[in-house]
Design a protein around this ligand. Sequence first.
Ligand SMILES: Cc1cc2nc3c(=O)[nH]c(=O)nc-3n(C[C@H](O)[C@H](O)[C@H](O)COP(=O)(O)OP(=O)(O)OC[C@H]3O[C@@H](n4cnc5c(N)ncnc54)[C@H](O)[C@@H]3O)c2cc1C
Length: 343
Amino acid sequence: MVLDKAQFPRDKVCAGWITPAVVQALQLDAEDYARGRVLQPIAAFRTGLIHGRDLETRYPATVSFGIRRREFDHYLLERSGARLRLGEGLASIERRGTQWLVNGAITTPLVIGAGGHFCPVARHLGANLGAGEPIIAAKEIEFEMNPQQLEECRVRADAPELYFCRDLKGYGWCFRKGGYLNIGLGREGGQGLADALGDFCGFLAQCGRIPRNIPDRFYGHAYLMYGHGVRKQVDDGVLLVGDAAGLAYPESGEGIRPAVESGLMAAASVLEAAGDYSARRLQSYADRLRARFGPEPEAARTVATGSLRSMVARVLLGNRWFTRHVVLDRWFLHAHQPKLLMT
Ligand SMILES: Cc1cc2nc3c(=O)[nH]c(=O)nc-3n(C[C@H](O)[C@H](O)[C@H](O)COP(=O)(O)OP(=O)(O)OC[C@H]3O[C@@H](n4cnc5c(N)ncnc54)[C@H](O)[C@@H]3O)c2cc1C
């Protein structure tokens, strides 16, 4: 059973960029999906520093897709075949022997916390939601362009634009998906987010990249990068997946792929547990996460926030080879990470 506080289709604050690994892991039928939904192929990127020079990197084939979360999440939910309890938030969760009692009405031996960064199941496992965790805070808008905006928009649909903050503590994006435009910016910690976003939008307008008169109401959200904070992922009768477990890639903030892959890994471990959902039996899920996403969080933090990387990146962002092979292939496309093979 899927319990979600929202009714679907619902909006989700997200740029909606997915890498081919997501399409593969979900066994997404692209032709079926694209019927009446946005599936924007991406074959190039424009990158640079905000207020700096940019450069375009083009690939010989499609390297990513743009989707709208409103459509994507609804499609997956319907395809799942799960029993749905929508429009109902998780209000209470109590342990009764080897069972859980959820909202005083649902009895289950296993709960999978998939409620995103502020997941109440993560809170139940001791996560310090909203306080003390080194989050990324981001704001964005997504809107359908009118004919005048379509004419004025110079962002090409197959070439999203990424511009880094000068202190390299975040980046802004401008992402056209068919007739929709998504503009946003994310920063470590969230300090200075509003100013950085205002500065970024001013820069885009000044360069004439975006239409005049875009909506001014941006929507925000926060989340945790893998290695930046430690959340307990497994306990008796319970697992956390996706943002609830803090799995997004630290270099890019891509969180859909880790959310999907962790869901698949959780499913494999649950099946293996064959009805014994003790923390000991479910530990294989935590082991799978570590094998997939890398070393213990403490070790990963050193790599992700190393000042050496920041210094080097600042100098090399204008370099074609570095942009293509490190910024795009490695940080954003994670092309070095093989497909998830479930054993
Ligand atoms: C501005 C921004 C842009 C981003 N852009 C990208 C991108 O382009 N590509 C990418 O890969 N990642 C992106 N991310 C990250 C990505 O959105 C997340 O990592 C991803 O959505 C995590 O998926 P999830 O299923 O774990 O959580 P979510 O997508 O947050 O889903 C959580 C679900 O739980 C439900 N829920 C929450 N609380 C409760 C409750 N109390 N009771 C019941 N249900 C509840 C919610 O309604 C929601 O449906 C972006 C994030 C932000 C903030």
